[in-house]
Design a protein around this ligand. Structure first.
Ligand SMILES: N[C@@H](CCC(=O)N[C@@H](CS)C(=O)NCC(=O)O)C(=O)O
Length: 221
């Protein structure tokens, strides 16, 4: 097997999962059981000191961070990101990935896991409400960026699509009003109709079934 992806269901490890499926790469998935602290073991931390998923085991060694994994996979499977004509264009493509990783993802975490940010139900509800407010202008910008699409980069599907779709799934699952953003909503529908995405979602769903069977997760939304 060429690659091993350490992943958890619903987590941002779905992004490289979709990319690997799109590339028709040979890969296997290693389920990370957060509730058992599998991401905090010495063995895991030796591979990814941040203790997070995704972690991609490549023939060259372990690689963490979604932006880096996206860049790496696009380097090995041309077409997963647009070809850049110059350094500036290349930096803009990285900026779009980094925007999701470092601006949107922290908002997603506040929405989904306010328990990481504050103690007590009232404080956690406030963290979630503020995150909903914080996402709104970004959602409007994403809606404009996608436009008629069909993809972020027009006719070319890319990992950027996988990344913004993951955000969509995470935030609408906790009540963010997706219907206010029709282009983003239509993009999500196109994503769900794409065979590679369907294969990735099936793989992710199997991870969830395993966790539920082991009593290690509530149903996913
Ligand atoms: N900067 C990392 C963030 C990865 C991240 O936050 N992963 C989450 C899942 S979406 C995680 O592993 N959470 C487990 C934890 O924080 O305990 C990236 O972009 O890859």
């Amino acid at each position: 097997m060429t690659y091993t992806l350490y992943a958890a269901p619903g987590a941002c490890s779905r992004v490289p999962m979709m990319a690997l499926e799109e590339a028709e790469a040979e890969f296997e998935i290693e389920l990370v059981r957060f509730m058992r602290g599998a991401h905090r073991t010495a063995e895991y931390l030796a591979m990814n000191p941040a203790g997070k998923v995704p972690l991609l085991i490549t023939p060259e060694g372990p690689l963490s961070e979604n932006v880096a994994i996206a860049r790496y996979l696009a380097g090995h499977f041309p077409g997963l990101l647009p070809e850049a004509a110059n350094a500036f264009e290349e930096a803009k493509i990285t900026a779009n990935l980094a925007y999701v990783a470092s601006t949107l993802h922290p908002i997603v975490t506040r929405m989904r896991m306010p328990i990481f940010m504050a103690d007590g139900e009232e404080a956690q509800a406030s963290v979630r409400a503020k995150a909903m407010d914080a996402l709104a202008p970004h959602a409007a910008a994403i809606d404009v960026a996608i436009g008629e699409g069909p993809w972020w980069y027009g006719d070319q599907w890319s990992i950027q699509d996988a990344y913004v779709y993951w955000v969509w799934f995470r935030v609408t699952g906790v009540g963010f009003p997706g219907t206010d953003y029709p282009n983003w909503a239509a993009h999500a529908e196109r994503m769900e109709a794409r065979p590679s995405v369907q294969r990735a979602l099936e793989r992710d769903a199997k991870l969830q079934v395993t966790l539920e069977a082991e009593g290690l997760s509530p149903p996913m939304k």
